[in-house]
Design a protein around this ligand. Sequence first.
Ligand code: NDP
Length: 301
Amino acid sequence: MSATIIDGKAFAATVREKVAAHVARLKSDHDITPGLAVVLVGEDPASQVYVRSKGKQTIEVGMNSYEHKLPADTSEAVLLDLIERLNADPEVHGILVQLPLPKHLDEDLVINSIAPAKDVDGFHISNVGLLGTGQKSMVPCTPLGCLMMLREHHGDLSGLEAVVIGRSNIVGKPMAQLLLGDSCTVTIAHSRTRDLPGVVRRADIVVAAVGRPEMVQGDWIKPGATVIDVGINRIDAPEKGTNEDGSVKTRLVGDCDFDSCAAVAGAITPVPGGVGPMTIACLLANTVTACCRDAGLPEPE
Ligand code: NDP
């Protein structure tokens, strides 16, 4: 293995320290405590884990955490009413509705009902438009975390060839916008892309956000390229044995085949311990930013 491992877990810890220091100053100098409201509808096990983790980290950096857990059959009217109340609540600076929502709820409608200034996930259509036109916005947390790691590793990104695999609204598209904003030459690849390995081989920066375990192979990677693996995929790991109920144990892998990619890349993020921890750290950072904007105070850098 030749690649430098980009340690997202350690980087996220430094981001959280900065957030905590800013929160402490907001409290001591202005008597303001940033607050993050997280809304969970239903009992999706992965979403429950994410929400718990977000709540815990919110409190650890000194902010207020408000968790709203609603049953899976919650009506759209009830959910929209809750969001309206959170929009109006001066103690709440950030609102996050955990996705995916149960099928009977219109995700776009719900996300677009969040006040854009409190939309710390950056998914509201206003924030999408602001980001796309290079204006001050709330930036989606996962791509923001990826960009921070890339800037930390490379410094200036201008002129680099970047290939983003995946065109989702929550990762692929905003990632491409951010890289464009940093003057990369950006290609967005997706399931209809022809000769994906050939496209990826051009890239100085590869961001994989696909949701297919270990799809990107080492021989797709240009020697020395930086690989950011957004994927979180759970696969069977029979080598770890079985659980008490007899089911096979599992492990997490990314969208990139780590060993073969790390043998060729200049730098790579691991899964777990890469993009994942940065996502929550950026959520906390976005909440502080939203709070500062609300209070008319300087934003954290
Ligand atoms: P989506 O399913 O919304 O999007 C996947 C994208 O991958 C689509 O654009 C799809 O193309 C493309 N794709 C699918 N198959 C192929 C293929 N064979 N070749 C090329 N492109 C393909 O996923 P998300 O963007 O929401 O998430 C992507 C991954 O990132 C998932 O593993 C998810 O768990 C993870 N994730 C991790 C986060 C973190 O904090 N680390 C946060 C969010 C997501 P098309 O549009 O043509 O269908």
